[in-house]
Design a protein around this ligand. Structure first.
Ligand SMILES: Nc1ncnc2c1ncn2[C@@H]1O[C@H](COP(=O)(O)OP(=O)(O)O)[C@@H](O)[C@H]1O
Ligand SMILES: [Mg+2]
Length: 359
């Protein structure tokens, strides 16, 4: 496993993960190409930490998340997970039988709480199902007590146990989804855009709940979002994905105040700022994410990049550590002075600003 950045052990280490979907044609289903949805992704998460995974739709975030939970089989790479027992396993190649046991240690929360709850099951059955099926908690009283505790934990009234999903609002449904995910005491939660389908006013409540639960239960989160404003408050570090690759990864504050990749800066330009005096100099993103079946030459971002020069269309940049814990893959990272989210960084946590000298 990789070196941890603080004293916490690394709970998940993804190493050169790839997921290619074959493109088939004709009666004989001949493979005529590959959709390289995830193409060599590496990162680690410390226990108790939240890593954000951001990028526009189609960048490969969900596929990365699905590989980690083995909802799809990776094409290549390692996914090392530190089990509660202290043993490390490679999820990428773990036999299905062993994977089933591991599923209680890691759970996924999806974007759409409407789609992920069975409308014909009441809340007791929805939240109690994993207890019954996986933990074999056959005693109904015992299950009722546990479901009651779980509902209280997520801020729902236990009296609502007999109700069905349609009786709840979007935010409440996502709380039910979270209660079910917590039923088996998981250590890692992979949350795929958990608040994207909710009203902005409700988003903050669900995010606060997730932060609260993390502290209480020492949970580790991989938090997927397309919206940078959402991850700012919840993540310790953020990884930015573009066409199947991580283009920048760093501690959250460094990324927000001093982004080093033009794609990150362009995503930031789209985030509304509280201070109207801070105006972005970045051109908003135009065009679409290129198809991972037929990506551009060189740096995949070059056709949309306002800073692109000759080398950008010729050579793929490598992800390199240009400052402590701050990795970027851009040929011009050392010379661009990109604007972050809120103008100047507050003096208190001022570490390095662009222009302080050589990187
Ligand atoms: N089952 C699949 N078969 C073929 N292509 C897929 C499949 N799932 C995802 N893709 C493609 O992989 C790319 C990444 O998709 P996805 O992981 O859903 O991205 P994101 O979650 O960032 O929006 C997209 O181009 C998508 O069309
Ligand atoms: Mg997705």
């Amino acid at each position: 496993m990789a070196e941890s950045t603080d004293n916490k052990p690394v709970i998940l280490e993804v190493d050169n993960l790839k997921k290619y979907f074959p493109i088939q044609k004709g009666f004989f289903k001949r493979v005529v190409g590959q959709v390289r949805a995830v193409d060599g992704v590496s990162f680690f998460i410390n226990e108790g930490e939240t890593l954000g995974l951001v990028g526009e739709s189609g960048c490969g975030k969900t596929t990365t998340a699905r590989c980690i939970l083995r909802a799809v089989d990776p094409s290549d790479g390692q996914i090392l997970f530190l089990k509660d027992s202290g043993e490390t396993v490679d999820i990428a190649t773990l036999p299905e039988e062993e994977m089933r046991y591991l599923r209680s240690e890691m759970q996924m929360i999806f974007q759409d709480p409407y789609a992920s709850l069975n409308p014909r099951m009441n809340i007791f059955d929805i939240v109690g199902e994993p207890l019954f099926v996986i933990q074999q908690m056959t005693d109904r009283e015992e299950r009722t007590a546990r479901v009651r505790d779980l509902l209280q934990l997520v801020g729902l009234r236990p009296e609502y146990m007999q109700r069905f999903p349609h009786a709840f609002s979007g935010g409440q449904r996502q709380r039910i989804v979270i209660a079910r995910a917590l039923a088996l005491n998981p250590r890692l939660i992979v949350a795929d855009e958990p608040v994207s389908a909710l009203d902005v006013s409700v988003q903050a409540q669900v995010l606060n709940l997730m932060l609260d639960l993390q502290r209480k239960l020492n949970l580790t989160y991989l938090f997927v979002a397309h919206d940078l404003s959402v991850v700012k408050h919840i993540c310790d570090r953020v990884a930015v994905m573009y066409v199947g690759k991580i283009v920048e990864i760093s501690p959250t504050d460094d990324l927000y105040y001093e982004p080093l990749h033009p794609y990150t800066a362009a995503l930031m330009a789209a985030v509304p700022v509280a201070d109207p005096r801070v105006r972005s100099v970045m051109t908003p993103l135009e065009g679409d994410v290129p198809s991972p079946a037929d990506p551009p030459s060189g740096c995949y971002f070059h056709p949309r990049c306002q800073y692109a020069v000759d080398i950008c269309s010729q050579e793929p940049p490598e992800l390199t550590e240009v400052r402590s814990q701050h990795f970027v893959s851009c040929h011009r990272a050392h010379e661009l002075n990109l604007q972050g989210i809120g103008g100047a960084r507050p003096e208190s946590d001022h570490a390095l600003t662009a222009g302080d000298g050589p990187l």
